[in-house]
Design a protein around this ligand. Structure first.
Ligand SMILES: C[S@@+](CC[C@H](N)C(=O)[O-])C[C@H]1O[C@@H](n2cnc3c(N)ncnc32)[C@H](O)[C@@H]1O
Length: 231
């Protein structure tokens, strides 16, 4: 099935509110568990969360790793407004900041970071190479990088089946978003090609569920990546 891109930013108030109120505890806790399996040991210092949305992943990560602080960046004011509320009542909230910024131009305020995360941003990007260029630009040598995203199914029937299985009870706006996102997602082979083109050939791409893949690895210790954002 051909990729069908969707709008990059989630600017709509209703969409942002529904997203922030949805229960993503299963995939988002899975995100933190999968990170912990791939990068055993403590995480301290500053962590960058690209395309943080309302910050549910940032908060869960900060709760799991009490010695870190998380900087989230997102280009959608409505998502950040929803996030401010979540943050204010979360115990890890004081160690999480969520800022407005359009990638790839926005630079993490604490760059270079030793840990970079991103959940469900890649499929929104019209130029996916921009994510990998930001990772190379804002990551410290040896930084741990962990990205999770949807995988594009082979057919429309599979898209419909996944929406029915995982979002049957969700509000209509979220069911529509999920369907659009599955159409906009990349296949593991496409992600592999993006990484190789970005000089991140040491990163791994792994399908981890019926709808998700993860990309993970450490940036090289010595700078051998040409990097560079494309105009
Ligand atoms: C599906 S949401 C994921 C949010 C969050 N990471 C999570 O897992 O809950 C994707 C987010 O990426 C943001 N986004 C998309 N393109 C962006 C860009 N070029 N710069 C900054 N944020 C972007 C959208 O506004 C949206 O909030």
């Amino acid at each position: 099935m051909e990729r069908r891109p969707e709008p990059e930013l989630m600017l709509d108030d209703e969409q942002a509110r529904a997203y922030a109120e949805a229960d993503f505890s299963e995939p988002h806790e899975h995100f933190v568990d999968l990170f912990a399996e791939r990068f055993p040991g403590p995480v301290d210092g500053l962590v960058l969360d690209l395309g943080c949305g309302p910050g549910d992943v940032s908060l869960r990560f900060a709760a799991r790793y009490p010695a870190c602080a998380v900087h989230g960046i997102d280009g959608a004011p409505a998502m950040l407004a929803a996030g401010a509320e979540l943050r204010s009542r979360h115990p890890a909230g004081p160690r999480v900041s969520l800022a407005l910024g359009l990638l790839p131009e926005a630079v993490g305020p604490g760059a270079p970071y030793d840990t970079i995360l991103s959940n469900s941003l890649l499929h929104h990007l019209h130029e996916p190479r921009n994510l990998w260029a930001v990772v190379v630009r804002d990551g410290a040598p040896g930084a741990a990088v962990f990205v999770m995203d949807l995988c594009r199914p082979d057919s429309r029937e599979q898209v419909r089946a996944l929406v029915a299985q995982h979002a049957a009870d969700a509000p209509a706006v979220l069911r529509r978003d999920f369907e659009n996102s599955l159409h906009a997602a990349f296949t593991p082979d496409e992600v592999r090609a993006q990484l190789d083109a970005a000089g991140l050939d040491g990163f791994r791409v792994e399908p981890v569920s019926d709808r998700h893949l993860v990309v993970w690895g450490r940036l090289p210790l010595a700078s051998r990546i040409p990097g560079g954002l494309q105009p």
